[in-house]
Design a protein around this ligand. Structure first.
Ligand SMILES: Cc1cc2nc3c(=O)[nH]c(=O)nc-3n(C[C@H](O)[C@H](O)[C@H](O)COP(=O)(O)OP(=O)(O)OC[C@H]3O[C@@H](n4cnc5c(N)ncnc54)[C@H](O)[C@@H]3O)c2cc1C
Length: 433
């Protein structure tokens, strides 16, 4: 296996999420030469959810290692939207798998939204009253209605219709036509959630170790030997849950994903204006390929996210880009200051579905959740733990989405140009339509 390097991107600036939480409590230490049943590499939501689901099935001989803190990667710095579906477009999922299988798998993601909500309730993580709203950028109500009908018919996925007139009760911007509200969805501080899941993992008897980058791994006999600066770990089973933050540890597997960046900023509290602009306390995204996503925060600030790019950017550039986007939707916010700006890597497979399964004996993958990771990582934890404890029914459904090469640096360039192309198409549609 290969050695890995561990440098952080420039956009890993201080997040509002971390700013409003207390310092995390101490994590477990790594004494030299440990032996465990399962080692999970990566304490994002994919790794932690897998450890939790395993522990809940009676296997807590698990060690989770992260090169930073739990939630250091995308899981602790995302938009905080918890909603159903995979990164792969719903209609494309139906086209590829047929309606029955697609409906079953989509239903699992909605059940996972419910499980995240339930875990939040048990562990005291506040969640929003408002749900997630898809707002129509192109003002094509018939098309949106048709989409809603197809979601119901094909996936048994109910979305509530919000007419253009009713939209003012949720979000007020002349940019939008009608909208669709996803019942059961919500928004929250994802880092707060990561931390309670880490606590739950530890309470179940497993260990979570921070600042322990895995720099190399290899097979020795029937075991895996993982190298960290704090000591070596031997394990029968490894779960690779490194998101978009490592491309080298198991190159054959990790080269099947592309890290794609997306950015977030948080404004100062704009006073009463925010409740006037988003009276429904909803988390909003829109119908473009590269959509804006934003939501009000409990302390009266606005979190604004958007853009997809293969570029690492510094916070000042992120602020400039997103501010322009925000003013396009809410011109009345001109002059409001921005207090935080950051980015994170998502991980995408070519097929835009998670890569879940045992890639070779004892090596499991929990990778490639794209921009839809809050519920699907929880689903992945359940599905992987089921398979590891002998029930492979659900994991088999993911087998058609394996580890295919994502194209390396050339693939990155191709991804970027596809995105630009789609953004241009959206823009042209906005001008013409
Ligand atoms: C800005 C942004 C906004 C987003 N918004 C949303 C949203 O609103 N809703 C939604 O559903 N999804 C959203 N997503 C996507 C979602 O955050 C991800 O799909 C999900 O968090 C992926 O979880 P993960 O555990 O796979 O990866 P990560 O959370 O990235 O975790 C990977 C972990 O592996 C660790 N690691 C990497 N290499 C090593 C190594 N060699 N040794 C030890 N540790 C290592 C990293 O430090 C990191 O903690 C967003 C993503 C971003 C970046």
């Amino acid at each position: 296996m290969n050695k890995t390097v561990t440098t952080l991107p420039r956009f890993h600036a201080e997040t509002w999420y971390r700013h409003v939480l207390d310092e995390p409590g101490p994590f477990d230490g790594l004494a030299a030469a440990q032996r465990v049943g399962t080692v999970v590499v990566g304490a994002g939501l994919a790794g932690l959810s897998t450890a939790l689901s395993l522990a809940e099935r009676g296997d807590s001989d698990v060690l989770v290692l992260d090169r930073g803190e739990p939630g250091e990667g995308a899981s602790g710095r995302n938009g905080g939207f918890v909603f159903g579906g995979f990164s792969l477009d719903n209609l494309e999922l139906v086209r590829q798998l047929g309606a029955e299988r697609a409906a079953r798998m989509h239903g699992w993601t909605r059940a996972a939204v419910g499980l995240v909500r339930e875990r939040c309730r048990q562990m005291g993580v506040p969640v929003s009253d408002g749900a997630v709203l898809l707002a129509d950028w192109f003002d094509e109500p018939q098309r949106l209605q048709r989409f809603r009908e197809r979601m119901r018919e094909l996936l048994d996925f109910e979305l509530d219709w919000v007419s253009e007139r009713e939209m003012v009760g949720y979000v007020r911007s002349s940019r939008y036509g009608a909208g669709l509200l996803e019942p059961g969805s919500f928004h929250f501080n994802p880092l707060a959630y990561v931390r309670v899941i880490a606590q739950k993992v530890r309470a179940a008897g497993a260990r979570v170790i921070a600042r322990a980058p895995v720099t190399a791994m290899q097979r020795t006999g029937g075991d895996w030997l993982l190298t960290t600066p704090n000591g070596e770990v031997r394990a029968r089973r490894v779960v690779l849950a490194t998101g978009g933050y490592d491309r080298r540890l198991v190159r054959r597997l990790q080269r099947s994903i592309q890290p794609i960046g997306t950015y977030v900023m948080v404004t100062e509290p704009p006073g009463n204006r925010l409740a006037e602009l988003i009276p429904g306390e909803v988390a909003v995204y829109d119908t473009r390929f590269a959509f804006d996503y934003y939501r009000p925060l409990p302390d009266g600030r606005l979190l604004w996210g958007g853009r997809i790019s293969t570029a690492d950017r510094d916070p000042e550039a992120i602020r400039r880009l997103l501010y322009r986007d925000m003013l396009r939707v809410f011109p009345s916010l001109r002059g409001v200051d921005v207090d935080f700006a950051w980015g994170g890597w998502m991980s995408y497979a070519r097929h835009q579905m998670p890569i879940l399964g045992e890639i070779e004996p004892g090596l499991w993958s929990a990778l490639a959740f794209g921009g839809h990771g809050m519920a699907t990582t929880t689903l992945a934890g359940e599905v992987l733990a089921e398979a590891m404890t002998g029930d492979e029914r659900r994991i088999r459904q993911f087998q058609s989405y394996g580890a295919t090469w994502a194209g390396g640096p050339l693939g990155r360039a191709a991804v970027q140009s596809i995105y630009w192309g789609k953004q241009l198409r959206d823009r042209a549609k906005g001008w013409l339509g």
